[in-house]
Structure formats: structure tokens, C-alpha cells
Write a protein that binds this ligand. Structure first.
Ligand code: APR
Length: 231
């Protein structure tokens, strides 16, 4: 079975109603990265950091996967599909995709500030100051903040190296090391990039650009790939 690796970013969840980061009115227009998404922010103002992620978590309860997430589930009918997502939402999971690797953490999880191996799935949206792990230390969002290591990056690189086809969807390719994953592909495999904007893909050889929203673009591409796989 051919292996298709999908690198997804905030744009795939945009049609579900979740803001992207760098578009007009994106999250980073309304919040300063250094105040909510860095280890320094956590040290300076935990309340603000916790509130920021609480709001994201609460919002996640109010939205659903969209046709783009569903198209990737359908792709599994004929392909071995591995999703590598920069997103912290759980919409790929809720759509029903089987293989999902989160690069930047997961919104519905928290972890110990003492022992990073102690990760807990939240039952509700609200994390509070004073919520502790079993060893008694404050819980923090299970998010990879700017300036932190990306623990899953080498696993992701290995996945991309084995891909027979790469689909990049809804990411501005601004943030490293995630953006660098596309350089790990083997030569001459098909690469598709779906985005309504103008992503700088000049460094990607032979990329087929589908300038469309994720829902429309992925639905079309998935149908084509499934159709061509019949022959
Ligand atoms: N369908 C597909 N793509 C879309 C849509 C849509 N409906 N709407 C917007 N986009 C595209 C934008 O054109 C842009 O190229 O999604 C991309 C979103 O880019 P960013 O906001 O930079 O998000 P992303 O690339 O996922 O950011 C990477 O940065 O802030 C950090 O940790 C955060 O994981 C995030 C990382």
C-alpha cells in the first residue's frame, strides 16, 4: 500500500471556525507570542498563559471537523495515511483519522511541570492555577512553546522520508523545524500543496500547487488519488 504523508497546519481547521495564526485577524495579531506561548511567559504570567489556552480549549468544544479532515479519513480507503500536524486541536482525531502525530502538542492534554512524562487528558476545558499532578506540581498546557524542543520532529522526519506522496495543507511554512520536514522527501515523489494564499514553496521542487481552501482542495485531490489508484 502506498504511503501518503500529510503535513497539516492551522488552515485545515479554519473552515471549522478556528483562527489561523498569521492570516488577517489571526491569533498572533491579537496576542503577543512572547506573552502567551513561551516558557518565559509561563514564568512571568501563568494566569495569562492558562487563560489563553483555556479559551482555545473551550472554543474547541464548540467546533467540529470539516470536509478537509473528512477527506483525509476517506483517503485511508486505499492508502496508508500518516498525518503530521502542527495543530493542537483534535479535529483529525474526531474526524476519524487513524495515524496522527502532533508536533506542537495537544490542547486537550496537560502535563506536570516537574515530570514531563506525566501527561493527562483533560475532561473539561478549564485548567486552573493550583491544579497539580500526582507529585504535587502545577500542571501546564501540553504545548510546545516557542523556544522549546519539538520532541516528535525526528519521528516526523522518518515518516516523511518513507512517503510515496506528500500533501502539505493549510500551513504558511513559517515555523521551523516543522517547515523543514518537506526537505526530507525522497526525490521525485509527488508533492501537493493546498492553500488559498501564496505560500512560498519555491524551495520545493515539482510541487503541484492547488490554490484553494482545504475543504475544496483536499476533497478534489483525495477523489483524484483514489480514482487513479483504481487503474
Ligand atoms: N484552507 C487552507 N488553508 C488556509 C485556509 C483554508 N480555509 N485559510 C487560511 N489558510 C492558510 C493560510 O493561507 C496560511 O498559509 O493556512 C496557513 C496558516 O498559516 P499560519 O497561520 O502560519 O499557521 P501554521 O502554518 O499552522 O503555523 C505554524 O506556528 O504559531 C505557531 O505553533 C503554531 O503550529 C503553529 C505554527
Amino acid at each position: 500500500m502506498q504511503k501518503i504523508v500529510v503535513l497539516s497546519g492551522a488552515g485545515i481547521s479554519a473552515e471549522s471556525g478556528i483562527s489561523t495564526f498569521r492570516d488577517n485577524n489571526g491569533l498572533w495579531e491579537n496576542h503577543k507570542i512572547e506573552e502567551v506561548a513561551t516558557p518565559e511567559a509561563w514564568e512571568m504570567n501563568r494566569e495569562l498563559v492558562i487563560k489563553f489556552y483555556n479559551l482555545r480549549r473551550k472554543q474547541l468544544l464548540e467546533v467540529d471537523p470539516n470536509p478537509a479532515h473528512m477527506a483525509l479519513v476517506k483517503l485511508e480507503e486505499k492508502f496508508d495515511v500518516q498525518i503530521i500536524t502542527q495543530n493542537i486541536d483534535n479535529l483529525h482525531e474526531r474526524a476519524g483519522s487513524s495515524n496522527i502525530l502532533h508536533l506542537h502538542g495537544e490542547l486537550n492534554k496537560v502535563r506536570s511541570t516537574l515530570d514531563p512524562g506525566l501527561v493527562y487528558t483533560m475532561k473539561d476545558w478549564e485548567l486552573k492555577i493550583g491544579d497539580t499532578c500526582e507529585k504535587g506540581s502545577q500542571l501546564r498546557p501540553h504545548i510546545v512553546w516557542f523556544g522549546e524542543e519539538v520532541p516528535n520532529i525526528s519521528i516526523a522526519a522518518d515518516m516523511v522520508k518513507k512517503a510515496d506522496c506528500l500533501i502539505v495543507v493549510g500551513t504558511s511554512l513559517n515555523v521551523y523545524p516543522a517547515a523543514g520536514l518537506i526537505h526530507e522527501v525522497r526525490q521525485n515523489i509527488p508533492i501537493f500543496l493546498i492553500d488559498p494564499g501564496n505560500v512560498d514553496s519555491g524551495f520545493l521542487k515539482e510541487v503541484k500547487i492547488i490554490q484553494a481552501n482545504a475543504g475544496e482542495g483536499l476533497t478534489r485531490l483525495v477523489n483524484e488519488l483514489l480514482e487513479n489508484n483504481k487503474k
